[in-house]
Ligand binder design. Structure first.
Ligand code: SF4
Length: 248
């Protein structure tokens, strides 16, 4: 990790700006889930992680109470992470499909995983003020990831948060394209936003998101990052590609 990202991470993990979320993350870390009762929960803000030279940036929503809030690493220790990292592994962005703990050996290649809210929220629902408080961390982190060419937004919340970030520094398509799984949004500067349903249990248990759908998004991300690496000026058409995707 670069010195700047390390310094930012140190700031993030010390943040206590949102009283409701600080109380919740620490309450969860103290009470614990019975199946993890012998573990020390992280119970703090969770920083992004991965390859600081990543072309692919994956954006989630917020840490899960007994997932990243327990392990201290994004999408680690819960079923959402099982789905995400398996798809990233199959697409060549990770060295293994399993993500169980910070010392599990998982490494990301050309990819960075982050979220617009860094503390686990009750019911996975941050309040608007909490999202706005945390935007500084999200924006500063993305600013430091200068090789980013492709963004995968996992769910509407990630998409809107990412759109706000991008809109602060460039002209975006208007109106903002509606969220749809599989949507691909080329930006005027050659970068691309890909949309996927979030791999939450709400989506995976119901079949709204299948492993094949998630794999297809990351396969496309792999192709786009390879294209960008080979030709940094490619794909700057600023339109919206609609591959017959599902709305929602
Ligand atoms: Fe700080 Fe973000 Fe956690 Fe709020 S959600 S306390 S801004 S790290």
């Amino acid at each position: 990790m670069t010195a700047e990202l390390e310094a930012l991470t140190a700031e993030i993990v010390s943040c206590r700006l949102c009283p409701r979320l600080v109380a919740w993350r620490e309450q969860v870390a103290t009470e614990k889930r019975a199946s993890f009762s012998d573990e020390d929960y992280w119970g703090r803000p969770v920083p992004g992680w991965g390859d600081p030279d990543a072309a692919l940036i994956v954006v989630g929503l917020a840490p899960a109470a007994h997932g990243a809030n327990r392990t201290g690493r994004m999408f680690t220790g819960d079923r959402s992470g099982d789905w995400l990292y398996r798809a990233m592994y199959e697409a060549g962005f990770a060295n293994q499909p399993d993500s169980t703990a910070v010392d599990d050996g998982l490494e990301l290649h050309d990819a960075w995983v982050t979220a617009p809210v860094r503390c686990a929220p009750p019911q996975n629902k941050p309040e608007t003020t909490e999202r706005d408080n945390c935007a500084e961390w999200f924006h500063r982190e993305l600013d430091l990831l200068g090789s980013a060419r492709v963004f995968v937004a996992l769910g509407q919340y990630a998409y809107v948060s990412l759109w706000r970030y991008l809109g602060a520094s460039m002209v975006l398509p208007r109106p903002r394209p509606r969220f749809a799984n599989g949507e691909e949004i080329p930006l005027a500067d050659g970068r691309t936003v890909l949309l996927s349903f979030h791999p939450s249990q709400q989506n995976t248990f119901t079949g709204r998101l299948t492993r094949e759908m998630l794999a297809a998004v990351f396969a496309r991300a792999r192709d786009l990052t390879a294209l960008h690496r080979a030709d940094p000026d490619s794909a700057s058409n600023g339109g919206v590609r609609r591959p017959g995707s599902d709305r929602g």
